[in-house]
Design a binder for this molecule. Structure first.
Ligand SMILES: [Zn+2]
Length: 271
């Protein structure tokens, strides 16, 4: 079933965009949050809850969760493939088992934001395996067991609601991109009826920076083109309520309580 518009989204909506931020960088608090607030937008922030002073470091993020943003799980140890480093040390995905990565993920959730009943996961370095060669295994099933959604990176940054794997969603890397490129990608979500997810690290900060100017332009575009307010049940009436496989898939994307796919989902309307 599709809605009156013939698209898989609720009527009046052509596509959707989610903004996600990795690694809990200070520039996200200092620059991204005020810009999001100016535009009445919500986002998802993936943290690594580590260190003796973690509860102190968590304090500002609790405020952010109360303002309607999602605080997601990015593991404690942020393990990545040894193939990315000259000397990865002992801790890398190739030297981990499924039980070890699961223990890290579960521990990170325990140190998370208690007020959030459910939240999503973000794969460190976008990678979803442990072991290598003959022992290599995907840990996507671990994420699927513990979370309503997992964000990775794909060949394409947009997801097709009817067919996407919620446990490994595609995203676009936003670092170094210009405002016209970012806005073009968001427009593409509406043009193609897709769900586009952006991955952002620092704002004018760190080794994967997105400029404040470009981020502000993207937020301006989303604010102008969005269906007003966060998606509500009223917006979603008529979408995903059918019995077909595509409808069930869309329902998973927009009807559940994950803030990446609900409160912080920006539904785009026509322009
Ligand atoms: Zn990261």
């Amino acid at each position: 079933m599709t809605t009156k518009t013939g698209l898989p989204w609720p009527d009046g909506c052509l596509g959707a965009v989610s903004l996600t931020f990795d690694d809990g960088r200070a520039s996200q608090l200092q620059k991204a949050i005020p810009i999001l607030a100016e535009h009445d937008l919500r986002a998802t922030f993936y943290l690594n809850p580590k260190g003796d002073d973690w509860l102190d470091a968590l304090a500002p993020w609790r405020e952010i969760a109360r303002a309607g943003h999602e605080i997601g799980n990015h593991t404690i140890g942020h393990p990545c493939s040894k193939a990315l480093f000259d000397d990865p040390g002992l801790r890398c995905l190739e030297r981990m088992t499924l039980a070890e990565i699961e223990a890290d993920i579960v521990e990170a959730s325990r140190e998370g934001i208690p007020e959030q009943a459910e939240f999503s996961f973000c794969y460190p370095c976008y990678q979803e395996h442990v072991g290598e060669g003959l022992t290599r295994q995907s840990y996507v099933p671990v994420v699927a067991r513990h979370f309503i959604a997992g964000r990775g990176q794909g060949e394409r940054g947009h997801n097709i609601p009817a067919t996407c794997d919620l446990a490994y969603l595609y995203s676009w890397k936003a670092e170094f991109l210009t405002a016209p490129t970012l806005v073009g990608m968001a427009e593409q979500a509406a043009t193609l009826g897709r769900w586009t997810i952006f991955t952002i690290h620092g704002i004018d900060d760190g080794h994967l920076p997105l400029s404040e100017v470009a981020f502000r332009e993207l937020c301006g575009f989303l604010a102008r083109q969005r269906l007003p307010g966060a998606p509500t049940d009223a917006h979603l009436d008529g979408a995903g309520g059918g019995s077909g496989e595509a409808d069930r898939s869309l329902e998973r994307v927009i009807h559940h309580e994950a803030t990446m796919t609900r409160s912080s989902l920006v539904l785009l309307t026509s322009w």
